[in-house]
Design a protein around this ligand. Structure first.
Ligand code: 7GP
Ligand code: PLP
Length: 819
């Protein structure tokens, strides 16, 4: 990896001295007592000196320019390890590698010491991380706002095939070397209490919130280092602390225990990330997290605005706030509250500002993920916010009445308040009503948002509902994770593709070049060997790198259909054992996925895959043709090893359910061929790479919906297909759980008697056919190489740089600020 034009000035001697200083002064080790971890920490800290300097300088530069910026509010940022990536962005990879070598260390080994900051669940959090990277790379002024969870996403291990969760204290005892605390940015945040009316100095009656307790929000900044430039933007993570030894008011009221109870709660607010992906659990502590996040972030945005000498009336001119799904929705009534109660603006003036500040991204159509909060909960925790939400809704209902006079069904459907025995606040409705732009995350998804989720909103607010197709950062997801392919690409299209991914299209002309094909496949082979070594070292399973590496890595969810993949494996197993005429190219099925701790069926699927793996990996009848590996603890750093090694990418969600997917983009970029449904961004990947370079199968969105309406019957498929029957029925036996028949039966139950909610059986036959094509075409290595090369060449559209430019042009309207 080479240094580029904008690389930092690097003084090797000074850097080494800084590492040694931190080893001793910060981490209390001598060269004699230091272990690999303390060396990693010292190197990280020495590098952070550089990035922190640039962070503060960028902050000052942007403030002086007094330009418009975007504030990306997200409860999750799944950033992954920073050291390797920041070295690439700083342009110092080779220099630091050489410097640490002189200290007797190996950089690759040191990088392995870093624990992933797993401050997100999956796609939504990882997207936020790619977006921050692309904002910094293109120097669009931005601040990322999130939470400083003490525990990130749980760590996963397996005990007898079952998922076991343990807490993830990602900062370790020593703290994370890349973060810097910003005590001067501390915010005071209220909760509970009551609302009162008072008369101001002009004799006007006003409302104000008197919180029942106060928390402190402490800011930690992580540096988002711009690739090949000098800008570093903050990812600002708020940590909750208690502000006083105890709640004074309650203490004085004689409520001694209650006073300290508040203390205990403060410590809990940012303790742990909720481990749900595409699922809303509705716990009150989660609402507290959401409000704490929003209140700290809004206060910080207003602080910056005022410090620059700007008028509050001009807020929307200087700041836009992107809501990453509905999790930060409470920022809307929080800004309104401040404008009304603290700046004393009238409703119309406040709304004129607020309704031009917020934009909202929808990431899912799954009903169980659409957040609602009970009115009672909001009213007790945030009484003034509940009043404001009612007022927003009241005015909105007047608009609905004006558009559709007398249509109460429309009002019931669109209202922010869902009526019922327990009234609920629909956060998505609040977002759509209060934002100047709403977007879905892939073309198909955005169409479904308009057509199925919010058709009336689309009529009421023409143009508000838009699309921005997701993307991934080419720095982490090609340059950093796949050095072999990087070298090859550099040679063919030059070195500036990481900042201009469309340049990869220059590879297409080598797709039929035999020598290039050989080198491309040799890189793939090396990456497969690297993964095979990892699997051997960590799991003791031997993998043959001549086999097809078939990869499904993502959260475990019924809609993502890991169980469809499993049924295919069981079908292959059945045929290998029972059908002497059947043959196949050796294949390794690689899974990695965490299941939400409360999601029983997802855990059953993990258990089943692990049990099937135990059996097939040791069954001599299979002649080594079939291997199944469930790699534990899926996380960004594991994705970085698996993705470059993949031949086949499984993107097999039920059409209409995967909003976009981003794993699909990373895998295609690294030369894996997609086996996929016409869902999410698969549709656009197919458009880019061409139908002959992707394996599309299964029902289309409209077919799924029609089948559901007509009455879907899984038994129909079961009765008609003997291979499917064999694959399902073996789950009832003790084939994979000797002596314990029925341990895997829950999956079969769900698919047959549970109605098969995600139509696994309907897509099974077509899936098996697509897989047979994969098997046949892989055996023609030149043909396969051609297809893989074309995948790398033609997915330049899926750079998150392009996504960010789409946001900038169509929604945020920002100018870049070069340093
Ligand atoms: C995910 C979507 O499921 C995935 O399709 C998309 O690529 C990703 O967001 C980024 O847009 N959604 C979540 O991770 C999630 O938890 C519920 O959404 C709010
Ligand atoms: N989790 C991690 C660790 C990832 O790196 C990614 C994307 O690469 C995802 C989840 C999202 O995967 P998918 O888009 O397949 O759901």
């Amino acid at each position: 990896m080479t240094t580029r034009g904008q690389a930092q000035q690097f003084d090797k001697a000074a850097f080494k001295a800084s590492v040694e200083k931190h080893l001793q002064a910060t981490y209390g080790k001598t060269k004699a007592t230091a272990d690999a971890r303390s060396w990693y920490l010292a190197v990280g800290r020495a590098l952070a000196e550089i990035s922190t300097g640039n962070l503060l300088a960028t902050e000052q530069h942007v403030a002086e320019k007094n330009v418009r910026s975007v504030n990306y509010l997200s409860l999750e940022f799944l950033i992954g390890r920073l050291t390797g990536n920041n070295l690439i962005s700083l342009g110092l990879y080779d220099e630091v590698s050489a410097a640490v070598e002189e200290l007797g260390l190996n950089l690759t080994d040191l990088l392995e010491e870093e624990r992933d900051p797993a401050l997100g669940n999956g796609g939504l959090g990882r997207l936020a991380a790619c977006f921050m990277d692309s904002l910094a790379a293109q120097e669009f002024p931005a601040v990322g706002y999130g939470l400083h969870y003490e525990y990130g996403l749980f760590r996963q291990s397996f005990e007898d095939g079952h998922q076991v969760e343990t807490p993830d204290a990602w900062r370790g005892v020593e703290g994370y070397p890349w973060e810097v605390v910003r005590p001067e940015l501390t915010q005071s945040i209220g909760l509970y209490g009551h609302v009162e009316t008072y008369t101001d100095e002009n004799g006007v009656a006003c409302r104000r919130w008197v919180p029942g307790m106060q928390f402190e929000g402490v800011a930690w900044d992580l540096p988002i280092v711009g690739y090949d430039n000098k800008s570093v933007y903050p990812l600002r993570l708020w940590e909750c602390r208690s502000s006083a030894p105890f709640n004074l008011q309650r203490f004085n009221d004689g409520d001694y225990v209650g006073a300290q109870y508040g203390q205990l709660e403060a410590a809990n607010v940012t303790k742990v990330l909720y481990p749900n992906d595409n699922h809303d659990q509705g716990k009150s502590l989660r609402l507290m997290q959401q409000y704490f996040h929003c209140a700290c972030s809004i206060a910080d945005i207003l602080r910056r605005h005022e410090a620059a000498g700007n008028k509050i009336e001009d807020l929307a001119k200087f700041e836009t706030i992107q809501l990453n799904d509905t999790h930060p929705t409470i920022a809307i009534p929080e800004l309104m509250r401040i404008l009304l109660d603290e700046y004393h603006l009238g409703w119309d003036a406040a709304w004129a500002i607020s309704s031009k500040v917020f934009a909202y991204t929808n990431h899912t159509l799954l009903p169980e993920a659409l957040e609602t909060w009970s009115e009672n909960l909001i009213a007790s925790m945030l009484p003034r916010h509940m009043e404001i939400i009612f007022e927003i809704n009241h005015r909105f209902m007047l608009e609905v009445e004006a558009k559709w006079p007398g249509d109460n069904d429309k009002k019931r459907k669109l209202s922010i308040i869902q009526e019922g025995p327990q009234r609920m606040v629909r956060m998505a409705n609040l977002c759509v009503v209060s934002s100047y732009a709403v977007n879905g995350v892939a073309a198909l998804h955005s169409e479904l948002v308009k057509r199925d989720l919010f058709p009336e909103f689309n009529e009421l607010f023409p143009g508000r509902l838009q699309n921005v197709t997701n993307g991934v950062t080419p720095r982490r997801w090609l340059k950093f994770c796949n050095p072999g392919l990087t070298e090859l690409v550099n040679e063919k299209v030059g070195k500036d593709w990481p900042a201009n991914l469309e340049k990869l299209s220059g590879l297409a002309k080598f797709a039929d070049d035999k020598a290039f094909q050989k080198r491309y496949m040799a890189v793939k082979k090396d990456n497969k060997q690297r993964l095979a070594n990892w699997v051997m070292e960590n799991m003791g399973i031997e993998l043959d790198t001549n086999a097809i590496f078939d990869v499904q890595i993502k959260r475990l969810h019924e809609y993502k259909r890991q169980h469809l993949n499993l049924l295919h494996i069981l079908a292959l197993y059945h045929r290998l054992v029972n059908d002497p005429t059947f043959d196949m190219h050796p294949r390794v099925f690689i899974f990695a996925a965490k299941a939400a701790p409360g999601y029983a069926l997802a855990k059953d699927i993990i258990f089943a895959i692990n049990k099937v793996a135990e059996k097939v990996n040791n069954d001599p009848r299979l002649g080594g043709k079939l291997k199944v590996v469930f790699v534990p603890d899926y996380r960004v750093s594991l994705a970085e090893i698996i993705i470059p090694a993949a031949d086949v990418s499984e993107q097999i969600s039920t059409a209409g359910f995967e909003a976009s997917g981003t794993g699909n983009m990373k895998l295609a970029l690294n030369g894996a061929l997609t086996v996929g449904t016409m869902d999410g961004a698969n549709v656009e990947i197919r458009e880019e790479v061409g139908d002959e370079n992707i394996y599309i199968f299964g029902l289309l969105v409209d077919e799924v919906q029609k089948l559901k309406q007509e009455g879907y019957d899984p038994h129909r498929y079961y009765n008609a297909d003997s291979l499917l029957r064999a694959a399902l029925d073996v789950l009832e036996t003790d084939e994979f759980t000797p002596g314990n028949p029925g341990q895997l039966a829950a999956i079969r139950q769900n698919l047959l008697n549970g109605g098969d909610p995600f139509m696994v059986l309907a897509d099974f036959a077509d899936y098996v056919k697509a897989q047979a094509r994969v098997d046949a075409e892989y055996q023609d290595q030149a043909l396969w190489a051609r297809k893989a090369i074309l995948n790398t060449a033609l997915v330049g559209k899926f750079s998150s740089d392009r996504s960010i430019r789409d946001y900038v042009k169509n929604i945020w309207k920002l100018d870049a600020v070069k340093r």
